[in-house]
Design a protein around this ligand. Structure first.
Ligand SMILES: Nc1ncnc2c1ncn2[C@@H]1O[C@H](COP(=O)(O)OP(=O)(O)OP(=O)(O)O)[C@@H](O)[C@H]1O
Length: 240
């Protein structure tokens, strides 16, 4: 389970989100919705341990992320797959090198073993055939698939974090990426957090939904809870 207990996060002395309380149960996907700049990506940085909470605790499987030292963080992050906005692939590396990058940097695995892992992951995202291509030869949807494969490279993930996985994609491709997010969830029984602006995609991937507004979580619940909410911000969001 991922638990936020009274968490405040921000940069320097600026608080971006405060007193956040929410839980993502095992094997479930939580979608974070809110205005641009409301602090959705900041929550992901808290889970990754990139940002230390000003107050409160973030627990992942009972482990307090804010208390991990450098070495423990490295171990912890191997179980967290992060898919950055736009995929954030290295353009100078091939697809295979992108997916295997972490393994080359952090393990003493042989090239053969790394290639086998890379091929397994690319097969999972249906892209083994582009292993030797460079990212600039790929479509937007293919880049997101590669980014998802790369995020799973260190080991089968326990947690997946997706920052705007479908932004800039056409509806058909967005749908296929949402289906892949679901496939990762069911194959590995991961807990996932998905940040998105797109309500359509949110309902396609999510089991639970959290709305962030004015630095707070104003509503968390399943689809029915969200659709029945009378909160003015949620109503406006649903009607746009
Ligand atoms: N590294 C940083 N240093 C200082 N301020 C930051 C940093 N990253 C983000 N911020 C600020 O924190 C606030 C929240 O940013 P964040 O990226 O979490 O929002 P978001 O809800 O994910 O936005 P978007 O939907 O536009 O991606 C913004 O005002 C942003 O300018």
């Amino acid at each position: 389970m991922i638990q936020f207990e009274g968490v405040s996060l921000g940069y320097g002395d600026r608080v971006v989100v405060s007193d956040i309380n929410m839980e993502v149960p095992d094997g479930k996907t939580m979608v974070i919705l809110g205005d641009s700049g409301s602090g959705k990506s900041t929550l992901l940085k808290g889970i990754l341990g990139i940002l230390q909470p000003f107050s409160g605790r973030i627990l992942v499987d009972g482990e307090n992320v804010g208390q991990l030292d450098e070495k423990e963080l490295l171990r912890y992050r191997q179980r967290i797959g992060m898919v950055f906005q736009e995929g954030a692939l290295f353009d100078s590396l091939t697809v295979g090198e992108n997916v295997g990058f972490w393994l080359w940097e952090h393990t003493d695995w042989s090239d053969e073993k790394i290639e086998e892992r890379v091929r397994t992951l690319l097969r999972f995202v249906s892209l083994e055939q582009v292993i030797d291509q460079r990212p600039d030869a790929l479509s937007g949807g293919m880049k997101r698939r590669v980014a998802i494969a790369r995020a799973m490279a260190p080991q089968d993930p326990k947690v997946m974090l997706y920052d705007e996985p479908t932004t800039g994609l056409d509806p058909f491709t967005s749908r296929s990426i949402c289906d892949l997010v679901r496939q990762v969830q069911s194959e590995f029984n991961v807990m996932s957090l998905v940040v998105t602006h797109d309500l359509h995609d949110a309902f396609r991937v999510g089991d639970l939904f959290s709305f962030i507004h004015d630095a707070k979580v104003i509503l968390t619940g399943d689809r029915e809870t969200i659709e029945q909410s009378t909160d003015p911000f949620v109503r406006t969001f649903l009607s746009t």
